[in-house]
Write a protein that binds this ligand. Structure first.
Ligand SMILES: [Zn+2]
Length: 399
């Protein structure tokens, strides 16, 4: 079975008829179904599957042990996401095991496939939730209190999935098991298209984070309230959207995006009482990212004051620039006969682990250059090239 073929096996899970693409979120029905699919797929290959305290699934080739060669990715998606972001890394890992077996390879080190929970933060708002918990980058008390749009807490969601919420948090046992981590991922831009290469190696990840701006004004009647009597939080919210584009335009390579706005109560003939706006901001380094967010925050405060509203800013997650282990990166590029190295603006569990372990990423060419949307794509031949590259890399690292 090929990596693209395995993706076909799960194409019916979490398909989102309203948004298009897939909506699979941490510990929801579709993600749990994918977890069962992964368990069965791994068991069918004779791998031993366990789930750790933070909901990360581990499929072991041979006995579990410290200093293992670990590959994997995630099975959740953004709302209305593509088929490849996350699952391609998981299916490629399974196929890489098949390829290594067919070659008669016997790992000289423990080897595992890891599947992390809620990488996109599509349900609870914090990206790379599982890997942040494992590494201690996210306070478990704060994590347990995270809520999804229906008001379900992470504590309740993991309990429903059979985990103990009291045990969420730093996991030194799991950390010790990772000797090196390699994540294969569909590229989320056109770098490999422009280079004419099916597979590349990651060099760096932009600094990036998420901030929630909560504007509070006065809920009122859309017809009976004179314009001069309004305190409408939608006005500073709109100013924030414009300020985001303006602030990011002023710093080379910076990106700032508002993709989610939630007015409360959200009626056509109602002046909202509050509006929550989520800002995603990224730039080459910490200084530039912070400067973009400070600029936008200032604009939001001025706009709120002008309308008689208030604004509170909450940092929901943040990750500094990641430079992947240069020795490992060059070793893998050489193993792959000169595969190009390229940076990415997208965050990954590999970026979280890179602070603790030698970590690398392989990218598979995406002809549309589009990701986090249904048009995300990879040709079947490129998926195969990716799985072969991953097998070559695992053979090198676990020899
Ligand atoms: Zn991903």
């Amino acid at each position: 079975m090929t990596a693209a073929g395995l993706l076909g096996d799960i194409a019916g899970v979490g398909a989102d008829p309203r948004r298009g693409g897939f909506s699979r979120h941490g510990f929801d029905r579709s993600e749990l179904e994918l977890r069962e699919w992964f368990r069965a797929s791994a068991v069918a290959r004779g791998l031993d599957v366990e789930t750790d305290r933070n909901g990360t699934m581990w499929a072991w080739w041979g006995p579990p042990g410290d200093d293992a060669v670990v590959t994997g990715s995630h099975l959740d998606s953004v709302p209305g996401g593509g088929a490849y972001d996350g699952p391609l890394g998981v299916t490629s890992a399974l196929v890489a095991v098949d390829l290594l077996r067919a070659r008669g390879f016997i790992p000289g080190k423990p080897l595992a496939i890891a599947v992390f929970a809620e990488e996109e933060g599509g349900r609870f708002g914090v990206a790379c939730l599982g890997s942040r918990l494992m590494t201690g980058a996210l306070d478990p008390d704060a994590a347990r209190r995270l809520t999804d749009p229906d008001g379900t807490t992470l504590a309740d969601a993991v309990r429903a999935a059979g985990l103990d919420p009291a045990r969420l948090g730093p996991d030194p046992v799991a950390m010790a098991r990772i000797g090196v981590f390699v994540e294969l991922h569909v590229e989320q831009g056109r770098g490999l298209v422009d280079l004419g290469a099916p597979v590349g190696v990651a060099s760096s990840i932009l600094a990036h984070g998420r901030w929630r701006f909560s504007f509070a004004g006065e809920g009122n009647h859309a017809g009976a309230t004179l314009l001069t009597d309004r305190r409408d939080p939608m006005l500073p919210a709109a100013q924030l959207v414009l300020a985001a584009r303006r602030a990011a335009s002023g710093i080379e390579g910076a990106r700032a995006t508002v993709g989610k706005v939630v007015p409360n109560p959200g009626g056509t003939n109602v002046i909202a009482s509050t509006v929550d706006v989520w800002l995603d901001a990224r730039a080459e380094d910490d200084f530039r990212t912070r400067a973009v967010v400070a600029d936008i925050s200032d604009a939001a405060r001025v706009a709120a004051e002008d309308e008689g509203c208030t604004v509170t800013v909450t940092e929901e997650s943040y990750g500094d620039t990641v430079i992947f282990d240069p020795t490992l990166r060059d070793d893998l590029a050489a193993t792959l006969r000169g595969a190009p190295a390229l940076p990415t603006g997208a965050g990954h569990d590999a970026g979280i682990l890179a602070a603790h372990h030698p970590t690398a990423m392989l990218f598979v060419r995406n002809p549309t250059g589009i990701s986090h949307a249904p048009a995300e794509f990879a040709e079947a031949d490129d998926c195969t090239a990716g799985a072969v590259a991953l097998a070559d890399v695992l053979a090198r690292l676990a020899r």
